[in-house]
Design a protein. Sequence first.
Length: 226
Amino acid sequence: MKGGLSVSYFTVKDEASCQFEEKKSIFTGNIKRVYTENEAKNFISKVKQKNIKATHNVYAYVIGEKMNIQKYSDDGEPQGTAGIPVLDVIKKKGIADVVIVVTRYFGGTLLGKGGLVKAYTKSAALSIDASGIVEKVKGCQLDIFIQYDTLGKLQYMFEQKSIHIENIKYTEKICVSINCISEDVDKLINEIIELTNGKCEVIVGDEEFYFKMDSRLIKEQIAKNK
């Protein structure tokens, strides 16, 4: 796809939560995929409102495919023992467009600085595990119009390349729809033209982000149900 910018990055799949107890303190991690700082702040406010009686609502978020927005808060915990450990987990996992809020209900036993770092690090890591990590890649939909006698050969080629067929429409011609990573579009179109001896038409849709799951590119609204 000439002129297309090949960009991919990793983010979390779902909104999720986790909980564990450490020396009678209850730690609850809440995580969500967000795309703007306002979305992150709204999620933080929502969690805080839900846990208004909690001792601490620590958070960290990283936004942008280049991780250009990074914020955190210790929310009253000793400096460097809470927000930074959560942020460090996000960065070490290499994910973006994510916010994590760790709520602590104090159980009466002090954990010490090392214990706090360990607990908040654990909560952030468990939150990410509960959500799952997915890769976001730039791609587009290809609608391939072919003759009926070419369908079998095209299906076989896609099977060999582990390309998932999203839809097949049977009209005067057959329309096969697939999703393709942007940087692979030109090469794939040339291979389709060669396979069909030029008896095809390929319509390339707009470039957008997809979630890459195994060998399939899935749009966000569909991925949420996977």
